[in-house]
Design a protein around this ligand. Structure first.
Ligand code: FE2
Ligand code: FE2
Length: 177
């Protein structure tokens, strides 16, 4: 059974994952309103992934006989000056989440909670991928600045982040979307 300190920290992380999901919906809607469907689709998909991350953590707490807490979420940033800004914000967010996941893993390790440490391994790997794909996207939108169609074409060609279903992913409460 995870310690109360770990349960509290993981519950806080559930809030961060839902907040990331809301932020990505806001980014997607911004691009959709600008008729940039590929950028919109990328962020709509990321939003679902973040929601799944939250629900994996909920499932873990349920399985560990601990109490998951579904928190209120602050409104995300919803207005942006150009096509680069949402991606900059997203990359900062992914780096912050990486630090948070590492901190959770450190708590689990300090407490000799090997089950929780192992649960977090998947998220550690996932964060490496998400920081990498977001920083690729940032390079692309910066290079395309002024010509958003070039960014759209790159996304259409490369379809980043569209990985196949990952059989090693932890189960999500209610099932992954
Ligand atoms: Fe996440
Ligand atoms: Fe993420």
């Amino acid at each position: 059974m995870p310690s109360q300190a770990f349960v509290d920290a993981l519950n806080e992380q559930i809030g961060s994952e839902f907040a990331a999901s809301q932020q990505y919906v806001a980014c997607a809607v911004h691009y959709d309103a600008e008729t940039l469907p590929r950028l919109a689709a990328f962020f709509y998909a990321q939003a679902v992934e973040e929601r799944n991350h939250a629900m994996m953590m909920v499932q873990y707490l349920l399985d560990a006989d601990a109490q998951p807490v579904i928190p209120a979420i602050e409104a995300p940033k919803a207005s942006f000056g150009d096509i680069v800004e949402p991606v900059e914000l997203a990359l900062d967010q992914e780096k912050r989440v990486t630090d948070q996941i590492n901190r959770l893993a450190a708590i689990a390790r300090e407490e000799g909670d090997y089950g929780s440490e192992q649960f977090l391994q998947w998220f550690i790997k996932e964060q490496v991928e998400e920081v990498s794909s977001m920083s690729d996207l940032l390079t692309i939108v910066r290079r395309a600045s002024g010509d958003s169609l070039r960014a759209e074409e790159w996304l259409a060609r490369e379809s980043p982040g569209a990985g196949a279903d990952d059989p090693t992913a932890p189960p999500a409460a209610g099932g992954q979307l």
